[in-house]
Write a protein that binds this ligand. Structure first.
Ligand code: C5P
Length: 421
């Protein structure tokens, strides 16, 4: 990773993972970046300003005024100085304040005035991380274009195991590298504001925001059992990756999969169709388009038992109700934005796909038939037909990555014809 000449502002908040910020700072420096550090008051309890000042080779910023000499630490000029502002660790408290626009310390005022890409690496206990308030705050930030380096699974400081561990410094540094790939530096922006930093056609989706849904949803029956499907998420993840490579800021709303988020893509993890609906609709508010690749449950149990259902001798009835159709909802809201859907069919394929194209107001639909060998779930290949209102294009059997590249190219072609938002 080459960060030569990049200026990175590292924000540290008060979480136990702050000890990893030292390693992150070193990695960024070793890659050639200039690093300045802004800490919250609480962060000083977890890692000393002396450690961070020594590693970053810059004085640490905590207060609006230097208590020694009254010098003013300007949040505006810090935000202008940076090519990227990465907050690692980002506690639930700071994420909530960022989402709400609260500005009661130097780190938060800097966030509000930053013009550069911003990324956060959340860290907290598993229940805090899974809490709807935190999920909503992360969705709000992602919808505004903040990059989210999702927390990992593992042992937590509380002694519990689960999701909430801050991503490893290497992952965060790589995320920063991807965020900055192909972007001009802040210094260049200030001197030649209107000159693009790269050839326009290498990143045709630069400046555009896309939402991609992927993977299977999980509908709880009781605390132990659920209804789901065989989707692996591979197709949606490949599309997120290809859109990001073309310069788009991508929010990937993901059901449960075994995959890692592609570099530079902001992933929001959800479980149920309802959670996917909330996160996707929120992220779409600010987006230029969406690709609906998830295998969303059409039905969910009417009631979720709060204890494990006991087995009996007779039959068990589980009543199901319809879930909301996320694609159709986005179709109703889209205006002149782009919406791409998928259809997985087993019979009368084209007819069903065309009906969905109309009903959900897609710009085009990607049809795969389970009758085609090498198409559909789990595998690494797919055989699809791209269908829009005037034409259809049948692609040969390709890797999911190549299929994703063809879909991303078609999206880039259509996006070029849309008015800038
Ligand atoms: O109607 P059907 O489920 O076959 O439609 C498939 C398309 O609609 C896919 O793009 C899928 O991601 C999307 N979809 C959705 N929300 C649902 C059901 C399907 O976004 N509840």
């Amino acid at each position: 990773m080459d960060l030569q000449g990049r200026r990175i502002l590292l924000g540290i908040t008060g979480g136990i993972a702050a000890y990893k910020s030292a390693a992150l700072c070193r990695l960024l420096k070793t890659a050639g970046a200039e690093v300045r550090v802004v800490m919250t008051e609480h962060a000083k309890q977890f890692i000393t300003p002396l450690t961070m000042a020594t590693l970053s080779k810059n004085p640490i910023l905590v207060e609006f005024f230097d208590p020694e000499n009254g010098a003013w630490n300007s949040h505006v000029s810090l935000g202008e100085w940076a090519d990227c502002f990465v907050i690692a660790p980002a506690t639930a408290n700071t994420l909530a304040k960022m989402a709400a626009g609260i500005a009661d310390n130097l780190l938060l005022t800097t966030y509000l005035s930053a013009r550069c890409p911003v990324a956060v690496a959340p860290t907290m206990d598993l229940d805090m991380y899974a809490h709807p308030a935190t999920r909503q705050n992360l969705a709000t930030l992602a919808a505004r274009g903040v990059g989210i380096v999702e927390a990992g699974d593992g042992e937590l400081a509380s002694g519990l195991r689960g999701k909430g561990r801050m991503a490893e410094p290497e992952t965060i540094a790589a995320f920063v590298g991807e965020l900055l790939a192909g972007k001009g530096t802040a210094a260049e922006r200030q001197s030649v504001d209107s000159v693009p930093a790269e050839a326009p056609d290498s990143r045709p989706l630069a400046g555009k925001r896309f939402v991609v849904t992927a993977g299977a949803t999980i509908e709880a029956i009781d605390p132990v059992r659920f209804l789901s499907n065989h989707s692996s998420g591979k197709m949606g993840y490949a599309i997120a990756e290809q859109l990001a490579r073309r310069g788009a800021a991508v929010t990937l709303v993901s059901g449960r999969t075994a995959l890692d988020a592609p570099a530079g893509v902001t992933r929001i993890d959800i479980l149920s169709a309802e959670e996917m609906y909330e996160a996707t609709v929120a992220a779409f508010a600010d987006a230029d388009g969406a690709v609906m690749c998830a295998a969303v449950a059409d039905y969910t149990p009417c009631e979720v038992a709060d204890r494990k259902l006991k087995k009996g001798d007779g039959e068990l009835m589980i009543r199901l109700r319809r879930t909301r159709d996320i694609a159709a909802e986005l179709g109703a809201r889209k205006g002149d934005r782009l919406l791409v859907g998928f259809a997985l069919e087993t019979d009368a394929e084209r007819e069903h796909a065309r009906e969905k194209l109309e009903r959900k107001n897609f710009d085009f639909i990607v049809l795969n038939s389970l009758r085609d060998a090498g198409a559909g779930f789990r595998g690494d290949t797919n055989k699809v037909t791209l269908i829009d209102r005037t034409a259809s294009e049948e692609l040969p059997l390709l890797s999911k990555r190549e299929v994703a590249a063809r879909i991303a190219d078609k999206i880039a072609g259509l996006a070029a014809m849309r008015p800038a938002r």
